[in-house]
Design a protein around this ligand. Structure first.
Ligand code: BTN
Length: 265
């Protein structure tokens, strides 16, 4: 897979020399974090063929069978305060959406805040983890991306079979994890370069591709789910909802999970 990725990356791509492939890891986010703590530079990317402990948001697992999915984590050192990086997950979701389009020729959409969806099913997700210094400066951010590539419906475990899809199912042809990874490295790098200077444009594009907006949603905060209507996003990617009393409130990805009222979306 390493050779496949490198053969598709332009020779002068800024992240090319920092690309690491590992056949098996617990989690590429954990590997990337270990490398970042040891001083690995901006743009270091870890791709794995198999994760034994792939992680999703809010403590969930991310099914990561060998050879079927694309498991990639990138280290970013954006050189800013944490408060200026609240839009990171949105920006990276947009980059992943564009990378999938380049690699597979299909246009996925985004379910707030970090899920890639295609025809109402989950294609993959993004797990961002940010380490800040005591002065608020970002030491590094890890952007972990998992996309289902070669799975058939039977490859998904029963708990997610009804709501998951893969690029193979979506395109009706195999799209290899290596091809996708190379395309993602290109779109992630482009987005990382404009992350701080084009925040407004990035958030506008995210909003245009976010299927959660304009829908009734269920907010799951602690043990008490409640309903609302997803109105818009704030400038940091917080979801502004109108609750049942008609009052607007902003929910942040760290504290809630959002579900459609009628199933996964
Ligand atoms: C989610 O669905 O909530 C996010 C899933 C993120 C999965 C990717 S796979 C590569 C990286 N390593 C992990 O352990 N998680 C992310």
């Amino acid at each position: 897979m390493r050779e496949e990725v490198l053969s598709l990356l332009p020779p002068d791509h800024p992240w090319r020399d920092k690309f690491v492939f590992l056949p098996e890891v617990v989690s590429t986010n954990d590997e990337a974090k270990r490398l970042a703590e040891a001083g690995a530079p901006h743009g270091t990317a870890v791709l794995a063929g198999y994760q034994t402990g792939g992680r999703g948001r809010r403590g969930r697992t991310f099914q990561s069978p060998p050879g079927l999915g694309m498991y990639l984590s990138v280290i970013l050192r954006p050189g800013c305060k944490g408060e200026n990086l609240m839009h990171l997950t949105c920006a990276m979701a947009l980059a992943v959406m564009n990378g999938v389009k380049e690699a597979a020729g299909i246009m996925p959409q985004i379910k707030w805040i970090n899920d890639l969806v295609y025809e109402n099913r989950k294609l993959g997700g993004i797990l961002t983890e940010v380490a800040t210094q005591p002065d608020g400066e970002v030491a590094y951010a890890i952007v972990g991306i998992g996309i289902n590539c070669l799975q058939t419906a039977r490859d998904f475990l029963p708990d997610i079979r009804e709501m998951a899809t893969s690029l193979r199912i979506a395109c009706n042809q195999p799209i290899s994890p290596g091809v996708l990874a190379a395309n993602l490295l290109i779109t992630l790098c482009e987005t990382a370069e404009k992350l701080l200077t084009e925040k407004r444009e990035i958030m506008k594009a995210y909003e245009e591709n976010c299927i959660t907006l304009g829908k009734e949603v269920q907010i799951i905060r602690g043990d008490t789910p409640y309903c609302g209507f997803a109105v818009r996003l704030d400038e940091n990617g917080g979801l502004v909802i109108k609750n049942e009393k008609g009052t607007e409130e902003t929910v942040n990805a760290g504290e809630v999970s959002v579900r459609g009222l009628y199933g996964y979306l």
